[in-house]
Structure formats: structure tokens, C-alpha cells
Write a protein that binds this ligand. Structure first.
Ligand code: SF4
Length: 75
């Protein structure tokens, strides 16, 4: 069964990690640092989303927007 009850957008998720100077925009790409996703280097845009969403401010680290991301998770 899909988890839809907690679904939210990366742009408002505390697990979204973007470049230090990146704009908060649906087209900005960054690394998902939710713990279970960390092995996969999941790169997502502000307009992406999932059921592991947790409301908060995005983290920032250089290399978060690379393909693949090269930044270490900061949370
Ligand atoms: S993929 Fe899910 S957990 Fe990761 S930043 Fe986006 S909403 Fe948050």
C-alpha cells in the first residue's frame, strides 16, 4: 500500500539538501538526505516529492546538485 498520508514536496522538506547558493525553486535539483535514501544518492528537484516528507528548511552543502551528488549528508 502506498504511503500517501505524509506525502510532500522536496522544496518544503528538511531532507532536501541543495547547493549553498541555490534558489528555492521547483526546478532546483539537490540530494535527498533522508537516511534510508542515502545509499542511493537520490537527486531530486524542488518539485519532486515522496511519502518520507518531513516539513522543514532544506540543508545546504556544496556538491549537492552534482550528477551524481558529491556532497555528504549534513543531517
Ligand atoms: S525525496 Fe522525499 S524525503 Fe527526499 S527530500 Fe524529497 S520529499 Fe523529502
Amino acid at each position: 500500500m502506498a504511503n500517501t498520508s505524509n506525502w510532500g514536496l522536496c522544496i518544503k522538506c528538511k531532507w532536501w539538501q541543495i547547493e549553498p547558493d541555490a534558489a528555492l525553486a521547483s526546478s532546483t535539483h539537490g540530494l535527498c538526505i533522508e537516511q534510508s535514501m542515502q545509499p542511493y544518492l537520490l537527486r531530486v528537484s524542488g518539485g519532486s516529492g515522496c511519502g518520507l516528507f518531513l516539513e522543514g528548511e532544506p540543508a545546504h552543502a556544496k556538491g549537492s546538485g552534482d550528477s551524481p551528488p558529491t556532497a555528504a549528508p549534513t543531517r
